[in-house]
Design a protein around this ligand. Structure first.
Ligand code: PHE
Length: 455
């Protein structure tokens, strides 16, 4: 078994692990993606399924990832190799690590593009582009922006360079500092926006939209979206949390830490929904199913009509960009640590190579919103294909393999020594979750989605 420290560094405390993992979890998934997919999938029923997936599948799988990482103390691929040997299992299971590396690439390639949009909005807001704006103005600004590939590419590049810069400095020195200050400010600002939405928006309708359960609005494909999103928003199924778990001190309780992270992440997503939907319902020309542009078309209206809103708005998009960066770096960690271990390479060199590769792949997403918007595979643009494959297929599949590996294959003594309990109520709850509920839940959603889409 590996030594009890990782060669890549260690978090200096439990708090820093919580901040880093929350930094990874809280990102565009919460503020940008959650509201628009909720809008596209009809609201309340979707939200409920998402919450169930977080609690019943996300939490056990996150515990499993953290314990795997801490038991192996290496990159996900090598952690799995070590544990597979230790348990005497088939080397097939290292596929979890490989698929994770691939999923990380795919996600980062488009994540950096969308984060680039957020960076560009810092300057739009600061420059007063939204002063007094209504729905038509903000929709037009977003549309013009999407129609300019060079401009989108510029911001994509800026974001990718910033990410790689932090990654190259090392997780501990580059990141801890950022996360410690920025995440709390982001939360405060988001709550402020909820306050604005409550006063000036149609808050009652937003509450109804988000929290009334209407089963007829939910399809199996919506359920798959909710489940995929539960993985995406908690950074699960591709090794990011496993990589971070490798730097966690041995005496920290995994279950309570993971529950804290899951709760914070969910709170941010719901707050984003409560900031965005009241505006959608109050402003003419906006609809919940707007799609990827939703956050960029709603929140600037709030800022544009507030005293001091240009400054506040710029600050908000700065914070969103930071939330995105603390997620983006975790997307590179599995591949990066593997290459460093395998080739004894310098961290910064690997970081730059990975960055260039992802940046190139990202150009496909940049063009999906303009030049290539008509080029479709199965009716999906390049961006939609990459997005679909990563979060609706690879993350849940990775999560399924992780749950089965930890619940059924991994030596019980490893699990017991990591969790600190081997019997009693906590153990039965954990065992039920990881060995039965999570795998069965994922399989059922997959099967029904496939059946329904061919039925
Ligand atoms: N959890 C991040 C977000 O919600 C995205 C992410 C997915 C990060 C997978 C790492 C791994 O924005």
């Amino acid at each position: 078994m590996a030594d009890d420290v990782s060669r890549h560094g260690m978090w200096s405390s439990r708090l820093l692990f919580v901040l880093a993992a929350t930094g990874s979890a809280v990102g565009l998934g919460n503020i940008w993606k959650f509201p628009y997919i909720t809008g596209e999938n009809g609201g309340g029923a979707f939200v409920l399924v998402y919450l169930i997936c977080i609690a019943a599948i996300g939490i056990p799988v996150m515990m499993a990832e953290v314990l795997l990482g801490r038991a192996g103390r290496q990159s996900p691929i090598n952690t799995l190799r070590t544990l597979v040997k230790d348990t005497g299992a088939s080397s097939f299971w290292t596929v979890i690590g490989w698929m994770g590396v691939l999923a990380g690439f795919l996600i980062l390639s488009y994540y950096a593009v969308i984060a680039g949009w957020a960076v560009s909005y810092i300057f739009r807001l600061a420059g007063g582009a939204f002063a007094g704006a209504d729905g038509a103005v903000s929709t037009a600004i977003f549309g013009d922006f999407m129609a300019s590939p060079w401009e989108v590419l510029l911001w994509h590049t800026v974001f990718m360079i910033a990410t790689i810069f932090i990654v190259a400095r090392g997780v501990v020195r580059g990141l801890q500092v950022a996360v410690r200050w920025l995440m709390p400010i982001l939360l405060v600002l988001l709550l402020g926006l909820v306050g604005y939405a409550a006063i000036y928006g149609d808050f009652a309708r937003a509450l109804e939209f988000l929290f009334t359960f209407d089963a007829s609005k939910l399809s199996w494909s919506g359920t798959l979206t909710a489940m995929g999103h539960a993985f995406f928003t908690l950074s699960l199924g591709m090794g990011a949390i496993m990589a971070y778990g490798a730097y966690l001190q041995s005496n920290t309780s995994i279950s309570s830490t993971v529950i804290t992270i899951g709760t914070l992440d969910t709170a941010v997503a719901l707050a984003a929904g409560l900031a965005i939907f009241p505006i959608v319902f109050a402003v003419e020309g906006l609809v919940p199913g707007e799609g990827v542009g939703l956050m960029f078309q709603t929140l600037p209206i709030a800022f544009g009509n507030l005293p001091g809103g240009s400054i506040l708005g710029a600050l908000f998009f700065i914070l969103v960009s930071f939330a995105a960066i603390t997620s983006a770096i975790s997307l590179t960690e599995p591949a990066l640590t593997y290459l460093v271990e395998q080739y004894n390479a310098k961290r910064w060199r690997v970081a730059i190579s990975l960055g260039v590769f992802c940046w190139l792949l990202g150009i496909g997403t940049v063009l999906s919103f303009n030049t290539w918007s008509d080029a479709k595979l199965f009716g999906l643009t390049f961006f939609e294909v990459v997005d679909y494959l990563s979060y609706k297929v690879m993350l849940p599949l990775g999560g399924l393999l992780i749950a089965v590996f930890v619940g059924w294959v991994l030596a019980r003594r490893t699990v017991v020594s990591q969790l600190g309990y081997g019997d009693g109520k906590k153990w039965s709850l954990w065992e039920t979750g990881i060995a039965f509920v999570a795998p069965a839940g994922i399989v059922i959603v997959f099967v029904y989605t496939i059946v329904q889409s061919f039925g």
